[in-house]
Design a protein around this ligand. Structure first.
Ligand code: AP5
Ligand code: MG
Length: 194
């Protein structure tokens, strides 16, 4: 089973991914974490990524798609386990590239878990995390930019996946446990799909 966990910055994608990994044994691909790892190691990709992330902007599609395709190709064990994609896709071209890439391996996105959270709560969570996270984008100015980018470039994916019939709307307000319970209830009919 391949799952996309989808939602605005701070909606709980990383938090709920951890639960999903425990529950379903999936491999986690977080493009944000991958890029932050490159930044901390000072790689060429990290240097490019840093310029965008610190401004709250998206890394260009071509680059992001190449990074993901390379990762997917180089690690067959990822493909066998099934993947939870966290923070990817973020644009329609990325979603189309993902569908094409998975089709090439005889698989697909089986479910999109859309965490829907009030904007005030998103800001509250990110500001709270910013006190200790050390993330360059967890400050009010960059958070506002990230939310603008989400509304303009990423939120159209909700309709895209609705049209595909794979979108599962989840109320992402509330406790981590209650939200995970809703995700499980929504996904369980899919769990035997390969
Ligand atoms: P990325 O790392 O993906 O960040 P994001 O989408 O902005 O989201 P976050 O990681 O901040 O939040 P989350 O939804 O994972 O929530 P979390 O579980 O942490 O991307 C960062 C940047 O990288 C992008 O801006 C872009 O520049 C670049 N990038 C990444 N992917 C890209 C792509 N595909 N294309 C182009 N550029 C890309 O929770 C947030 C906080 O809230 C935590 O402190 C958590 O403990 C807390 N929390 C979680 N759930 C709850 C709850 N139910 N109640 C209370 N608190 C909660
Ligand atoms: Mg995250």
């Amino acid at each position: 089973m391949n799952i996309v966990i989808f939602g605005a910055p701070g909606s709980g994608k990383g938090t709920q991914s951890e639960r999903l990994i425990d529950q379903y044994g999936l491999h986690h691909i977080s493009t944000g974490e991958l890029l932050r790892d490159h930044i901390s190691r000072g790689t060429e990709l990290g240097k490019v990524a840093d310029r965008y992330i610190s401004k709250g902007l998206l890394i260009p599609d071509d680059l992001m798609i190449d990074v993901l395709s390379d990762l997917f190709e180089s690690k067959p064990e990822i493909r066998e386990k099934g993947v939870i994609f966290d923070g990817f896709p973020r644009t329609i071209p990325q979603a189309e590239a993902l569908a094409k890439m998975l089709e090439g391996y005889g698989t697909a996105v089986h479910a999109v878990v859309g965490l829907e959270v009030e904007e005030e709560e998103l800001v509250r969570r990110m500001l709270e995390r910013g006190k200790t996270s050390g993330r360059a984008d967890d400050n009010l100015e960059t958070i506002k930019k990230r939310l603008d980018v989400y509304h303009n470039q990423t939120s159209p994916l909700r309709d895209y996946y609705m049209a595909c019939g794979t979108y599962h709307a989840i109320n992402g307000n509330g406790t981590v446990d209650a939200i995970f319970g809703d995700i499980r209830a929504s996904l369980d009919p899919h769990k035997d799909k390969k």
